[in-house]
Design a protein around this ligand. Structure first.
Ligand code: FAD
Ligand code: NAI
Length: 469
């Protein structure tokens, strides 16, 4: 068309920036609008990347402190964290990654527009520029990839100092003596682990009677046992009904979820991590006829079209699994759809990983889901205590569990708690993409001695014949 742009993407996170790159590869003239000072969205700036930087640093610290002796390593003097240095390293990692996206944009001739975007009309994106002023971008298509933000907890408002959300918890200036985490989900357990490893007493308050909702039950129970051993304290079936700030810290009123006598929990920092909600304020959804679901996510069809013509949406803002790689897949799919190709995402084979240590990883159905659906399935499990490499590494906590269709042997799900679980699950993801059976997995040669042999053994266990158990 004669428009200056074929595509304007609002939001430069994993959904938006990947969509922009793929569209440019397919020959489109693309602009990407983001209101942050750096590209990469939540994930690179205040999500996946900084959290993994701190998780890795604190994991090394915990190993030096608790495991060096087991390996025959003597450390003279105390092993101590240098928090400012740790934070500076994390910031440098973030900077390198976000600058990497800016480089990729240059390489693909994508215009990065720094400012707050909105839809003025279909085909017209207005931007309140960071450096002042306003501009209008005329385009054939618009993709909304505006992401999500922390769900607020009424009565416990985030002040960024004593009561923080994940962003605040990624840059506390000192290790709290006692950190209370509200919500035993992914953020609560990852950032709870970070501060617990650095010496904080960590109490996790969770509304449900279990941690990590949506994960396989056996994995959840073992995770809780292991994290408890590492020092995290759990208060399940509990709700926070009030927060009072004092000079010493925050006093939370905690009550049984079903009602009953309340108790005070005093801590010097509180992390609110009860989920994330779509971010679409000021985008101009209503006036352009873009509908939302009851929970505020932008409604799309299987081609990622919103209810307004020429306007698409992807990533956290449309809901589903709120994960960076899910947003990326959707970004690629929508760019390919715009180019007249058959963009598609297989939602049955998207892995999810929790980066505690041991890690937790899952793909496909849980046992609970298979039971509820009345599916006839077989289970094969294998513990890392029986894996040679895990023993060599001193990392024997956890297991691999594979679920396969009882009749066809097709792999329906895999659940791992164990060392490097997030890397290990990938072979099962690829297998599931190709419709693999448990037999396909165990007939594939696995290098020895590797942690991944546990996957082979779990697949063998589906057939009742593991070799090393
Ligand atoms: P976002 O990354 O949220 O990007 C949206 C961008 O759009 C933002 O930069 C926002 O500022 C911008 N924006 C919004 N509105 C406008 C507007 N009107 N104009 C201009 N710009 C706008 N996922 C994983 O897969 N693995 C992990 O390890 C992981 N760790 C996480 C850790 C934390 C602490 C958090 C908070 C999240 C984590 N996530 C992780 C989730 C992951 O960050 C999100 O799923 C992912 O960022 C979603 O990508 P997105 O492109 O949809 O949105
Ligand atoms: P979450 O949905 O994972 O967990 C929130 C927890 O809070 C749930 O267990 C829920 O039952 C509980 N909860 C809700 N209301 C509560 C209340 N009032 N009191 C006590 N508990 C309450 O959400 P979280 O941890 O905030 O993370 C948000 C999203 O970010 C995740 O869903 C995930 O998609 C993404 N994320 C992904 C990561 C990864 O892939 N490794 C890491 C961090 C975040």
């Amino acid at each position: 068309s004669d428009n200056p742009y074929d595509l304007v993407v609002i939001g430069g996170g994993p959904g938006g920036y990947v969509c922009a790159i793929r569209a440019a590869q397919l020959g489109m003239k693309v602009a990407c609008v983001d209101m942050r000072k750096s590209l990469g969205g939540t994930c690179l700036n205040v999500g996946c990347i900084p959290s993994k930087a701190l998780l890795h640093s604190t994991h090394l610290f915990a190993q030096a402190k608790h495991e060096a002796a087991d390996h025959g390593i003597k450390i003279s003097g105390a092993v101590r964290p240098d928090l400012p240095a740790m934070m500076a390293r994390k910031d440098a990692v973030v900077k390198a990654n976000t600058e990497g996206i800016a480089y990729l944009f240059k390489k693909h001739r994508i215009d990065w527009i720094s400012g707050m975007g909105r839809i003025d009309h279909p085909g017209e994106v207005g931007v309140a520029l960071h450096d002042g002023g306003d501009m209008t971008l005329i385009t054939d298509s618009i993709v909304l990839a505006t992401g999500s933000e922390t769900a607020p907890l009424p009565d416990v408002s985030v002040d960024g100092r004593m009561i923080v959300d994940s962003t605040g918890a990624l840059s506390l200036s000192k290790v709290p003596k006692h950190l209370t985490v509200i919500g035993a989900g992914v953020i609560g357990l990852e950032l709870g682990s970070v501060w617990s490893r650095l010496g904080a007493k960590v109490t996790v308050v969770e509304y449900l009677d279990h941690i990590l909702p949506h994960m396989d039950g056996e994995v959840r129970r073992q995770t809780q046992r292991i994290l408890k051993k590492q020092g995290l304290e759990f208060r399940l079936s509990s709700k926070v009904t009030a927060a009072k700030k004092t000079t010493k810290g925050v006093t939370l009123t905690v009550e049984p979820a079903g009602g009953g006598e309340s108790e005070n929990v005093v801590s010097d920092a509180v992390l609110v991590a009860i989920g994330r909600v779509p971010h679409s304020l000021g985008l101009g959804l209503d006036k352009n006829g873009i509908e939302r679901t009851e929970r505020g996510f932008i409604k799309v069809n299987e081609r990622y079209e919103t209810t307004a013509k020429g306007i698409y949406a992807i990533g956290d803002v449309i809901g589903g699994m709120m994960l960076a790689h899910k947003a990326e897949e959707e970004g690629v799919a929508v760019a390919e759809i715009l180019a007249g190709q058959a963009g598609h995402v297989n939602y049955d084979a998207i892995p999810s990983v929790v980066y505690t240590w041991p890690e937790i990883a899952a793909v496909g159905k849980t046992e609970e889901q298979l039971k509820a659906a009345g599916t006839d399935y077989k289970v094969g499990s294998f513990p890392f205590t029986a894996n040679g490499r895990a023993r060599a590494q001193n990392d024997t906590d956890g297991f691999v569990k594979i679920l396969a269709d009882a009749r066809t042997d097709r792999v329906l799900g895999c659940h791992i708690i164990g060392p490097s679980a997030g890397d290990l699950i990938q072979e099962v993801v690829v297998g599931m993409e190709f419709g693999a059976s448990a037999e396909d997995l165990f007939r594939s040669s696995h290098a020895h001695p590797q942690l991944g042999e546990s996957i082979k053994e779990a697949a063998l266990a589906v057939h009742g014949r593991p070799l090393h158990m």
